[in-house]
Ligand binder design. Structure first.
Ligand SMILES: [Zn+2]
Length: 105
C-alpha cells in the first residue's frame, strides 16, 4: 500500500515537471508512477535535453544536438557547426517587449 502512495506522489511530481517543460502531464505521470525514481529523473533530464543547442545536418536536414558528432539519420560526420539552432526551450520564452517594464526612467 505504501508503494502505491509513493508511486502516485512521484507520478504527480514527474507529471508537473513534464508539464512545465511543455510535455504531457499524463505521459510523465505514468512514467514516474511506473518507475518512480527513474521517471522523475527522466522528467528533469528531458528539460536539460531541450535546453541544448541544436544543429541541422547539411546533408539530410535532420536537427540533432550540437554535441553530436554523427547524424543519426544519414550517418554524416559533422565538423564543429558554424550555425547553431536555438534550444527548443527558448522558443517558449516571451519576447522582451511583452514583459512588464522594469525601468523607471
Ligand atoms: Zn543527416
Amino acid at each position: 500500500m505504501a508503494y502505491v502512495i509513493i508511486a502516485v506522489a512521484f507520478g504527480i511530481a514527474g507529471g508537473i515537471v513534464g508539464k512545465l517543460k511543455g510535455s504531457s502531464f499524463l505521459l510523465w505521470f505514468l512514467i514516474s508512477a511506473v518507475v518512480p525514481f527513474l521517471g522523475l529523473v527522466a522528467a528533469f533530464a528531458y528539460r536539460f535535453e531541450r535546453d541544448e543547442l541544436r544543429r541541422e545536418c547539411p546533408r539530410c536536414g535532420k536537427v540533432t544536438k550540437i554535441y553530436d558528432a554523427l547524424c543519426t539519420r544519414c550517418g554524416m560526420e559533422f565538423d564543429f557547426p558554424e550555425v547553431a539552432i536555438a534550444p527548443e526551450s527558448w522558443q517558449r520564452v516571451p519576447a522582451p517587449d511583452s514583459l512588464p517594464a522594469s525601468r523607471h526612467t
